[in-house]
Write a protein that binds this ligand. Sequence first.
Ligand SMILES: *Cc1c(COP(=O)(O)O)cnc(C)c1O
Length: 246
Amino acid sequence: MVHVLDRQFIEKATVTAPPLRSFLADRLQHTRQRIDAACRRSGRQATEITLVAVTKTVSAPVAAALAELGMEDLGESRPQELWRKAAALPATVRWHLIGHLQRNKIERTLPLVRLIHSVDSIRLLEALDQSSNVPVLLEVNASREPAKHGFSIEELPSLLPRLLALRRVRIHGLMTMAAFEDDPERCRPTFAQVRELRDRLRRDLVALHPLSHLSMGMSNDFEVAIEEGATLVRIGTALWEGMPAV
Ligand SMILES: *Cc1c(COP(=O)(O)O)cnc(C)c1O
């Protein structure tokens, strides 16, 4: 058999070809081993961590091939792309929205998603509260990059009265994206800050909002994020690197 990492062969492979499946299986296994190792280092159980495979850069057939391997938590950052892939993939997939949701796309998105990681304004949160009891995470712009969406660390505690007034939507935790760093160790303070903010909010909100999750860590920094308490890691590049779009 051709070696699974033979790039030229993969380029020619169809999605159902065994070489692509073994490429994905290999990547998945390797990623899970890195998750396990980070858990061992930090005295956590691997079962506490949900790996969300971010499929925004791959085609629906590639996402389907991953789902066939048992990887059924998939993430998309654009609602329209999530709608498109959700229509093409089995209903067993649990979709995670990880990017900005415009209010005019709420209605069509809600029935498709298991969790919205990226609630980035009080306006969106209150609009969601009108329509559903969907589980959400609040996105925190902890790295203070102006291009990023999300609440600032300072503003969230001041919103407590409005969070307590929500009737239906439930806040299951916080999400953040660290700034890209060549050395992922430098992301650690960002992740620690978001965990501390979550702990603080939980004390005041737990009767209404569980706040049990931290969605943090991407391909470049997920091990550090796990060591700092992440329960959901959102990984794209580390799964697809070396595999051209099919
Ligand atoms: C694209 C994306 C990811 C995955 O990033 P990788 O570096 O490819 O692992 C995770 N979270 C969000 C919000 C994204 O937009």
